[in-house]
Ligand binder design. Structure first.
Ligand code: MN
Length: 294
């Protein structure tokens, strides 16, 4: 069964105890199966408390992040790569400590606008670090997801095809493609085709409007994407992601260029998104069943 998740930044910009309670409690109350926890400050992250909250509310969790330039594992500077690898190991430890089953995002390079194409040596560094991370993650039953993001946020993985090629180089079977409709809308030629190309190697799907606001108020055609998810028999996570200046995190907000106030009622946005995603998925499954019988 597909599980429906939501990014923590729909409610909070940090991860204090109060933030964790608010996010996990709200997501569970609205009927979400999973929370995606953004981890930017692993040193102040209270994993025991988050684990308690998750178990109290009966909801699953995954962790996501984008690396900054000081922790860029695609760097050609060994010290930077080692710093990045240590950071990822620390976040992997937190993922395990909260009982999470997924660690993903822009973890293969820095989430920022590169001024040059990726260096082959830097790319090889990234592949090697992700391989080690995946091996360590397997011991805790954690899957690794590499999120294909637009050209202004990575110079290594912009499409599902790029992610597949990178994962082939990594060569570990707990590394999956993470697609996001917002980025696909910019970079893919054929959104449904990209989902089908990934097939069973698609491990995580972000549902995100063209402006990252309310679903259905932007220009993304979601129905063909949900139809493609139904066709590949997708059974993993579909997670809603949205950003607004109503909720800001000084690190992530600048990374993903959140300058607009697109929504300010987190609960209303989240409830609307869950209903929207469930309806799209149910309609897509039904449509594919009808088509298959013809
Ligand atoms: Mn995303």
């Amino acid at each position: 069964m597909v599980d429906f998740g939501i990014h923590g930044m729909v409610w909070v910009g940090g991860w204090s105890r109060a933030d964790a309670e608010k996010t996990i409690g709200s997501a569970a109350r609205l009927g979400y199966d999973r929370v995606e926890i953004p981890v930017f400050e692993p040193d102040t992250f209270d994993a025991d408390h988050t684990r308690e909250m998750l178990s109290k509310h009966g909801i699953k969790a995954g962790v996501s992040l984008g690396l900054d330039v000081d922790h860029d594992i695609s760097s050609t500077d060994t010290a930077v790569v080692e710093r990045g690898a240590a950071h990822l190991r620390k976040v992997l430890g937190l993922t395990a400590a909260v009982g999470g089953d997924y660690l993903g995002g822009v973890i293969f390079c820095a989430l920022h606008k590169y001024r040059q194409a990726a260096d082959p040596k830097g790319r090889a560094n990234s592949v090697a670090v992700i391989r080690e991370l995946a091996r360590e993650a397997r011991n805790s039953g954690i899957d690794i997801g590499l999120e294909a993001v637009n050209r202004y946020e990575s110079n290594i993985i912009n499409t599902g095809g790029h992610a597949l090629r990178f994962i082939d180089e990594v060569g570990e079977d707990n590394v999956y493609v993470h697609l996001d409709s917002y980025h696909m809308n910019i970079e893919e030629g054929d959104n449904a085709g990209a989902i089908e190309l990934c097939g069973e190697r698609l491990g995580y799907f972000h549902v995100n409007e063209s402006h990252r606001g309310y679903l259905g108020t932007g220009n993304i055609a979601f129905t063909p994407m949900f139809r493609a998810l139904a066709r590949i028999g997708y059974k993993r996570t579909i997670a809603f992601e949205a950003f607004s200046t109503a909720v800001t995190n000084p690190v992530l907000s600048a990374m993903v260029a959140v300058w607009r106030d697109l929504w300010n009622d987190s609960d209303d946005l989240a409830a609307h998104a869950l209903a929207y995603m469930k309806r799209e998925m149910a309609d897509a499954l039904k449509a594919e069943e009808i088509v298959a019988k013809r």
